[in-house]
Design a protein around this ligand. Structure first.
Ligand code: AMP
Ligand code: ZN
Ligand code: FE
Ligand code: FE
Length: 286
């Protein structure tokens, strides 16, 4: 069976492969298709698509948006983004500006703790448009302030870290409506990672379906078999499609490989075919 990967990150945000290297690796791994879904930027998509065309592997234009709920973060993927996406691009400019402000506050806190780190270091570590905590973690590693990124998050950058600053995020309803308005396939990413209180996700998913959510990411590197079953049941309950991807970040998430995640991930080409059939039924382009 041919495999696909509908959730990946490149250097445009916090992955470590250039968009073309990402597509080359997916092709070398034998994948039939991949979606490039960087955080808060579309800047890697053209390069990824060009490489996809030359190698003969389908590249789906995507992005990942962070949103906030009363029970913590919720990530939303937009898939099959149109080339003309002005309202989204405007939102992304705003979110990246907020990221820059937040990164500066984090660096200030780190300096207050006596660490010799500057925004120039962070800008140097980030090679793409969307800059975030993994890039700051990189600098901390390089300067010997942490032994790995796990420790950098635990001690400084994570929600209980000494230099934590919350991120400005969208409301889930607004993110879903924005993406749905562009004709994207709107997918709730890794729903089981956040550990929402029992029963809450069901109600909230039904609510988001009303705003244009079409899909649940059932298969993900961090989902157990029970998580996958819960996602499939959730999708069935609300008549939603299902998707899957590794959330590959290259060297920034060392255990996770394209297509296969931590080893056991399998997302078949039929998953893509079903999503495409649903789009065609709605008159949307693939
Ligand atoms: P940001 O968007 O700047 O808040 O950074 C979020 C990203 O940091 C996520 O997409 C992950 O790639 C990474 N991340 C979050 N928590 C951790 C952690 N505890 N250890 C390593 N990486 C993490
Ligand atoms: Zn990331
Ligand atoms: Fe995510
Ligand atoms: Fe992701």
């Amino acid at each position: 069976m041919k495999l696909i990967d509908l959730h990946t990150h490149s250097l445009a945000s916090d992955g470590t492969d250039s968009p073309s290297a990402l597509v080359e690796k997916a092709h070398a791994a034998g994948l039939a298709a991949l979606a490039v879904t960087d955080h808060d930027t579309l800047s890697g998509l053209e390069e990824a698509e060009a490489t996809g065309r030359s190698l003969g592997i389908s590249v789906i234009r995507g992005c990942e948006l962070s949103t906030g709920t009363e029970h913590g973060e919720m990530h939303i993927l937009g898939l099959w983004l149109p080339r003309e996406a002005k309202p989204l691009q405007e939102r992304l400019v705003f979110l990246r500006r907020k990221r820059a402000e937040r990164n500066a506050l984090i660096v200030e806190k780190l300096r207050g703790l006596g660490l010799a780190i500057s925004m120039d270091d962070v800008r140097e570590a980030a090679r793409g448009e969307s800059v975030g905590r993994p890039h700051i973690a990189d600098v901390l590693l390089r300067k010997g302030y942490a032994k790995d990124s796990r420790q950098a998050f635990q001690e400084y950058l994570g929600s209980r870290g000494k230099a934590f600053v919350p991120k400005e995020v969208l409301e889930p309803e607004a993110a879903v409506r924005l993406l749905a308005g562009l004709g994207a396939t709107v997918c709730l990413a890794h729903p089981m990672l956040q550990k929402y209180p029992g029963g809450w996700l069901e109600g909230f998913t039904g609510r988001l379906a009303g705003y244009g959510l079409t899909t649940i990411e059932a298969w993900h590197s961090e989902h157990s078999e029970a998580d996958v079953r819960a996602c499939l049941a959730l999708a069935r309950r609300f008549g939603l499609g299902v998707s899957g991807g590794s959330d590959y970040h290259g060297g920034n998430k060392p255990g996770i490989r394209l297509g296969v995640g931590r080893g056991g991930l399998r997302v078949g080409l039929d998953v893509l075919e079903n999503l495409e059939a649903a789009r065609r039924a709605q008159g949307l382009p693939c």
